[in-house]
Structures are given as C-alpha cells and as structure tokens.
Design a protein around this ligand. Structure first.
Ligand code: GLU
Length: 475
C-alpha cells in the first residue's frame, strides 16, 4: 500500500490573503481531498516584525469562506503540532543539534551553516569599487586595486528534481549556506524543511517562486537523512493586462474583496481552480466534488495563468443562476436588507417573489440593490447609460404617453393576453411594432435597461404602479 498523501499550505501572515495564496492552498487541498489524504495548515510566522494577528485571522477566515477545511493545524490541532512556527523553536534547535553532531552543519561567525557534500575547492573572487564580485582574474586589467575574498565551493552532483508540474529541473548548490543567523534565528529554508519532515508531508505544492529554493531544501532533507517529498511548483498568476505577476495591489487580488462584494465563495473557488488547471471535458463550471474527483497534479499547467476579472464575474453569475430559488433568496435577502432596500416592514412574500423573478437576470449580488430597488420604492434612480440607449430609437416619453391609454384598458396586468392586445393596439395606432414599447416602458418603470421579462415584470409591479410611473415619466 502506498503512503497516504499529506499536503500542506504554509502561508506567512505578512499581508492580506490574495488570490495567489488562495490558489496555492486550493491545489494542496484539492490534491489531499482527491487522494483521501490529509491537508495540513502550517503558519510560517518566523518573521516577527512582519506578522500580525490580523493577517493570521484573515487567512483562517478566507480559507473557511472558500470552504477549504484543514485536517490538522491551528484551531483544530493534530499529532504534529504546534502548527505555528513561532512555537516550534525547540524542534528546530533539536534538528540543528543533530546536524552539528553528524558534521553536516558547523558554526562560523556566530551563524550555523549547512556543509554541502562533494569535492571541495577554493576560488578567488575580486571585487571592484562597484561592489560586484568577479571570479578569478576577469578584471585584472582594471586600474583599481581589487578587494579579494576566497570562497570555498563544492563540486556536487546537480540536483535532478522530477517536479510534478515542471518535469525535470536541474540545479546545483555550489556553496554552503546559512541555517541559523548569528542572532540565533533559523532561516526560512531550514524551518520549512524541518516542518515538512516532522509533519510527514508527502507532497509539497507551492508557487513557482519557490522553485529556486528547492535545491537548498533538498540538500537539507539529505543532510537530515529524510526522504525527499514530491514537489509540484504551480505557475504564477499574471495580472489581467501586462506581463507582470499579479500583486497584492492589483485590482481583484484580495479574497476579502470578493467576500465584501458578496461573491459566492463556490464561484470564486471554481474560478481559482481554472488558474492553471483545466477540467478534462472543458466544462469550466463544475461542482467541487467533480473537481476533486478529476484533480491530478500532473494536469496542472506549467505555463503561467492569467487573471481575468471578467471571467471571475461571469463564473459568479453562472453560479448565482444555478442556485435553487430558496438558496438564492437566503443569500440575496440579507444583501437587500443591508442596502436598506427592504426592512422588517417589507412583506416577506414580496421579497421572495421579487427575488425569484430577478434571479435568472441577476449579474451579481453586489448589483442586486440597484437592480431591484424599483420593486420596493418609488424613489428609484434613472440610469443615464440606459436613458441614452433607449432614446436612440424614439423619444421614450412620447412612446410611454402613446402606450398609456391602451394599457389603461387592461384590468389585470397578470393577464398576458390582454396585455399583449394592448401592446398590439398601441403599435397599430403609433405605426410601430408592439415590442418597440418594451424598452421605454422598462426604463420608465424601473430606470434600467435590463431586468425580468416584460410580462412577469408588469404582473409583479401591478396595474396601479405601472400606470402611475408611466404618467409621471411621460409628463
Ligand atoms: N511560507 C512560504 C510562503 O508563504 C511557504 C513556502 C512553501 O510552501 O514551502 O511562500
């Protein structure tokens, strides 16, 4: 039987939680769930000056919001805790002592160094006034007297790593490197590897920016006599336009932003899956169970992914529309409440009816207050872009004025046959198509250019409101 998979997400709480971190966490989580393994959350908070409790809380909240539950880690515990590196110093010191005892580490200038294995030789480097070091005699003709230093190098076998995403990657460390600084603090590489050993991590899934650290990490695993985990370095996320990597400052980069904008977490998570991975049949909107079933590390793309805000918004819209009406209403009603569109006095039935009506047309929960205000209030805004659009064909006031007498003949606006007859009569009288009244009418009664279909809209607003608004608008 093969070893059960253990993956981990190892964030440093030095800033708000951005989509790159969320996607790294997601791929680790997906792989653990796919294999029936364990997903560990470990907090890499050794940089005391830059870590804050606020950022720590944001990590926990964002992971929970995105539905990525961890099996071991802060709050839930586990056999290999504590799960905050700031509480693991005894463990790091124990590993340091092991290396000092077996000769794979030594002390120099107060710091502790890892001794690489291999054939040692020395080289002389020359530094000129610009501070750059040149090996051997490259700048010997310079008029400036060089500073020199002698360095010890190791001709070691280059490390050949079979990365699950990148394929074979070769890289060699050629000189000893520091494990503990002179102030006694362990460096990132050391604590990262010690914890992966202690926490029995089998698969290290992390951002490509760590690929260049991996040769150091492998050397530490080897020095400690520990098995080397599988690695999967996942591609960078590029910003929407331009060549650069998405940074925390880029629009759309922070997970909290989606939360406060009432995005559906399932939609955000679904979109994040697509940043570097493609479902087998190309169907992008998928329930998480299907993604878990399909997700293989070797299917992760090695090319960089590009963040696309519009695609994220579209994914959110698809998820919103696919909710059953009850779920949609339970998410949407509080958004209307918060925006002051409805309150305790608003009849619950009215809210439910309006939400059922708008769900198929709803673009986002964030836009829902503006999209539904006219159902609950006479004080709705008129959208200027919609006004310009609706005015292109004919004067909307004149169109509405021409429609009023015909609609007045209809007793019940839920009676679609009578409503259609009124539109037809109005069209015949004005010499236009019946449907030419739709856009001006919609604009008059809602102030908008889009919304529910015309019949259910008229039925929901009712005769009195529609006629009163038409009269007011066309006056
Ligand atoms: N703390 C590191 C980071 O936030 C994690 C590195 C790793 O996953 O190995 O980038």
């Amino acid at each position: 039987m093969s070893t059960p998979v253990r993956t981990r997400f190892a964030p440093s709480p030095t800033g708000f939680f951005h989509i790159g971190s969320a996607r790294t966490a997601l791929f680790s989580w997906l792989y653990a769930r796919h294999t029936g393994g364990t997903f560990v959350l470990r907090i890499e908070d050794t940089d005391k000056a830059r870590n804050t409790d606020e950022f720590l809380q944001v990590i926990y909240d964002s992971l929970k919001w995105l539905g990525m539950d961890w099996d071991e880690g802060p709050e839930v515990g586990g056999d290999y805790g504590p799960y905050l590196q700031s509480e693991r110093n005894d463990i790091y010191n124990r590993y340091r002592d092991r290396l000092l005892a077996n000769g794979r580490a030594y002390e120099k200038d107060g710091a502790i160094w890892l001794r690489l294995e291999g054939e040692r030789y020395t080289e002389t480097e020359y530094s000129y006034n610009n501070g750059e070091f040149w090996t051997t005699t490259k700048k010997a003709d310079s008029a400036v007297e060089p500073l020199t230093r002698t360095i010890e190098k190791v001709r070691a076998e280059p490390m050949r790593l079979n990365d699950q995403v990148r394929g074979y990657v070769e890289r060699a460390e050629d000189r000893d490197f520091i494990l503990f600084r002179a102030n006694g603090e362990p460096v990132f590489h050391f604590v990262n590897v010690v914890d992966d050993i202690e926490m029995k991590i089998t698969h290290v899934i992390r951002g490509e920016d760590h690929l260049s650290n991996t040769s150091k990490h492998v050397e530490i695993f080897k020095a400690l006599g520990a098995p080397i985990p599988h690695y999967a370095h996942i591609p960078l996320i590029l910003k929407t336009d331009g060549p650069g990597k998405m940074s925390k400052r880029d629009r759309g980069a922070l997970i909290e932003e989606y939360r406060s904008r009432h995005y559906l977490p399932a939609a955000v998570r679904n979109y994040l899956c697509l940043l570097g991975w493609t479902p087998k049949d190309g169907k992008e909107m998928l329930p998480i169970a299907d993604i878990i079933a399909q997700f293989e590390l070797t299917d992760i793309h090695s090319a960089n992914a590009r963040f696309d805000e519009k695609k994220m918004a579209h994914m959110n819209q698809l998820h919103l529309r696919s909710l059953n009406p009850e779920s949609f209403a339970s998410l949407a009603a509080p958004v209307l409440g918060e925006a002051g569109i409805v309150d305790e006095a608003t009849p619950e039935d009215d809210i439910q009816r309006v939400l059922a009506l708008v769900q198929p047309k709803c673009v986002s929960l964030e836009s829902l207050p503006g999209f539904t205000k006219y159902f609950f209030s006479e004080d709705y805004a008129f959208d200027e872009a919609a006004r310009a659009n609706v005015s292109k064909k004919a004067d909307p006031k004149a169109r509405c004025a021409a429609l009023i007498p015909h609609l007045e003949t209809v007793a019940d606006f839920a009676d679609t046959a009578s409503v259609d007859a009124a539109f037809a009569a109005a069209g015949a009288a004005a010499g236009c198509k019946a449907t030419d009244f739709f856009a001006p009418l919609r604009f008059a009664v809602s102030g908008l250019g889009s919304g529910p279909d015309m019949h259910p809209l008229l039925a929901a607003l009712g005769r009195d409101k529609v006629l009163a608004r038409l009269r007011r608008f066309s006056a």
